[in-house]
Design a protein around this ligand. Structure first.
Ligand SMILES: C[S@@+](CC[C@H](N)C(=O)[O-])C[C@H]1O[C@@H](n2cnc3c(N)ncnc32)[C@H](O)[C@@H]1O
Length: 187
């Protein structure tokens, strides 16, 4: 599977990593990391004393991620089940175009927040809704499909994260097709 959102999508990966506000030496988890697009950026951000872990449900994706960033820890895991990390392991969790692939968003968010330390940051970049072109068609398909979708990032994600006690900021994106959220866990 090849997923590409073009130049604006590549810019979104950089914005996502910036949104995570990683300090040197930070420990960061990329959930549903896919072929590892974020991983080199995350490794740069945390430096040699940091820890970068990628998880994905697909071993084929993890093999691609391993080729792209061999020094990363890569773990096969279903985000909607238990992640193999202790509570409060990570300073930050990031996800790009990953959460929207998970219909069971409630257990996935609960797991992400379990492994995020107090005052840690969750940064999420995703497709806003259905982004078919022309935009009017996308809007129509979104409206028609909306009742049949368990959730959409644009419609539901910020409220779901806020309901778990985090403070959510919506950040600027390079295209209206995307959303970017930074959520900080309270102390
Ligand atoms: C659209 S790709 C995005 C990959 C990468 N984050 C990126 O930005 O290029 C979605 C990824 O989510 C993974 N995925 C889907 N459902 C998952 C689940 N339940 N748990 C973990 N990963 C999942 C897929 O295997 C795929 O690699």
């Amino acid at each position: 599977m090849r997923v590409s959102f073009g130049r604006e999508g590549r810019r979104l990966h950089s914005l996502l990593v910036a949104a995570a506000t990683l300090e040197t030496g930070a420990h960061v988890l990329d959930v549903a990391c896919g072929p590892g697009t974020n991983l080199p950026l995350l490794l740069d951000a945390v430096g040699p004393g940091g820890r970068v872990v990628g998880t994905d449900i697909s071993s084929a994706m993890l093999a691609r991620a391993r080729r792209r960033a061999p020094e990363t820890e890569l773990v096969e895991a279903d985000l909607a089940e238990t992640l193999p990390f202790a509570d409060a392991t990570f300073d930050a969790v990031v996800s790009s175009f990953g959460l929207s692939c998970v219909p069971q968003i409630t257990p996935a968010l609960d797991e992400i927040l379990r492994v995020l330390r107090p005052e840690g940051v969750l940064a999420v970049a995703d497709a806003r809704t259905v982004n078919w072109r022309p935009r009017a068609v996308g809007a129509l398909v979104t409206a028609v499909a909306s009742p049949f979708n368990s959730w959409y990032p644009e419609r539901d994600l910020a409220a779901m994260i806020e309901a778990r006690g985090l403070v959510v900021e919506r950040l600027p994106v390079p295209s209206p097709a995307f959303v970017l959220f930074r959520a900080r866990r309270r102390a």
